[in-house]
Design a protein around this ligand. Structure first.
Ligand SMILES: NC(=O)c1ccc[n+]([C@@H]2O[C@H](COP(=O)([O-])OP(=O)(O)OC[C@H]3O[C@@H](n4cnc5c(N)ncnc54)[C@H](OP(=O)(O)O)[C@@H]3O)[C@@H](O)[C@H]2O)c1
Length: 421
């Protein structure tokens, strides 16, 4: 929701907090938390006029707070390799507003990323519009989130014509299908933005070839759009990759960093379009999604084949992993998780980890090649380009849901004290 559409109570609270924070020389993170906190509140339409003076005060206070909070770009040592990390604090809100004062961010597509990135940029006080198919599912969803037809919500072509920064957040298959319509509208002076390297890197398959006279940049949040939104509302920020495909103005990287902040990133890591798409397609097919399901299932099936009950097999495979051990890895690393377990468990895990690595490595090599040579892209374009892609995906997910392991999991989860059906 825009700054101007917040409740008077929220803005008064924001203004007071901002003044307190400014007096206390707060950090930039605090300034963003303040705005994020204000954005959580309700939005009575009739109260808009009264909000403007409060908005101005809150904005001025947050500008003072933000400027004092600048911390600079960091070079960090990642296990012996030095990498530059761009921070939200390099872009205080006042600087962000000034930088984009003549821009309209046109978000094309309103799936998970459109929702998260769009609402965050709007809450950061930027001029944002949404472009989606009229009457489609996204059109309805955008209206529910407060985008107004004819004011901030438009059919795709009109939104592109009105925008200066065209954020292509259609599904990857749709980016390819719609490119013949979209390409002529990307005129000189506009910037073309993606959240995935997919379309331009695999141009032989997608046929997405940006015009030579516009900046082409990428901000890829490392998480779902829902997380992009949740972390922003909590005053935190998602990690994102940033990259430049084409730098016509000499300002492409700077623009990517600023947009990364605008859409709710906390820290941004520089990469290339190629490396972003290779690592992303590889990771989701590997450990993050495909690999984890395969490992869980293999372990569960061997337990079941050896006479263990479904509950025992599930608890020893999934429940203990997700509820006890994986959070420990997330908090402090693998050795920390090992150290939290028995010496018996530690000995066995230390012995078997290299065996699993050796067994899995060829699969990962094969997967990387399949990503690199475009096989994965072509499969995705073919499948997700079908008219029936939603139903086809839903059918396969239902097959997973019907597997014994996940049916057993439902009963195990129902016993948790905080269980919600
Ligand atoms: N989701 C993630 O976790 C994630 C993370 C990082 C980056 N990304 C990248 O962000 C981009 C957007 O992904 P997403 O997950 O937010 O979106 P998505 O769910 O894959 O795509 C949804 C959008 O595409 C539109 N769309 C689909 N087919 C269309 C067609 N033929 N013509 C016009 N519009 C069509 C939908 O509109 P309708 O409702 O009208 O069908 C909807 O607005 C992708 O490049 C993706 O790789 C995603």
């Amino acid at each position: 929701m825009s700054l101007a559409s917040r409740s008077p109570i929220a803005l008064a609270a924001a203004s007071r907090s901002a003044q307190r924070l400014a007096a206390a020389k707060p950090t930039q993170a605090a300034a963003y938390s303040l705005l994020a906190a204000a954005s959580k509140r309700a939005v009575p339409e009739a109260a808009h006029v009264a909000q403007y003076s409060l908005l101005a005060r809150a904005s001025a206070a947050s500008k003072r707070a933000s400027i004092q909070g600048t911390r600079g770009i960091k070079t960090l040592d990642f296990a012996g390799t030095k990498e530059v990390v761009y921070e939200r604090s390099d872009w205080p809100l006042a600087k962000l507003h000034d930088y984009f004062k003549n821009d309209t961010l046109a978000l094309i597509g309103y799936g998970s990323q459109g929702h998260g990135q769009g609402l965050n940029a709007r809450d950061n006080g930027l001029n944002v519009i949404v472009g989606v198919r009229e009457g489609g599912e996204s059109w309805k969803q955008a209206q529910e989130d407060g985008w107004v037809p004819g004011e901030t919500l438009f059919p795709i072509e009109e939104a592109i014509n009105r925008g200066t920064i065209i954020m292509n957040l259609l599904s990857d298959a749709a980016q390819s299908q719609t490119w013949p319509t979209i390409a002529p509208l990307i005129t000189p002076g506009k910037t073309l933005y993606f959240s995935h390297g997919f379309s331009v890197v695999y141009k032989e398959d997608t046929h997405v070839i940006p015009p030579a006279d516009v900046d082409v940049i990428l901000v890829a949040p490392k998480g779902s759009g829902r997380t992009v939104r949740t972390l922003f509302k909590e005053g935190r920020g998602i990690n994102s990759s940033i990259a430049v495909w084409q730098d016509v103005t000499g300002k492409a990287k700077e623009k990517a960093t600023a947009l990364g902040v605008a859409i709710g990133s906390g820290y941004m890591y520089e990469t290339t379009f190629e490396k972003e798409v290779y690592s992303d397609l590889y990771g989701e097919r590997g450990v993050l999604m495909g690999g984890i399901q395969g490992m869980f299932l293999a372990q569960y099936k061997v337990l079941r084949a050896n006479g263990h009950s479904p509950s025992e097999a599930f608890n020893e495979t999934v429940e203990e992993a997700t509820q006890s051990l994986f959070p420990l890895i997330g908090a402090k690393g693998m050795d920390y998780m090992y150290a939290a377990c028995s010496t018996t468990a530690r000995r066995g895990a230390l012995d078997w980890a290299p065996i699993f690595e050796a067994a899995n490595r060829p699969v990962f090599e094969k997967l990387y090649q399949s990503v690199r040579d475009g096989t994965e892209t072509r499969k995705s374009l073919e499948f997700n380009g079908r008219d029936t892609y939603r139903e086809d995906l839903a059918r396969e997910l239902k097959e997973i849901d019907d597997q014994e392991i996940w049916r057993a999991g439902k009963t195990v989860r129902s016993l948790r004290p905080d269980y919600k059906p």
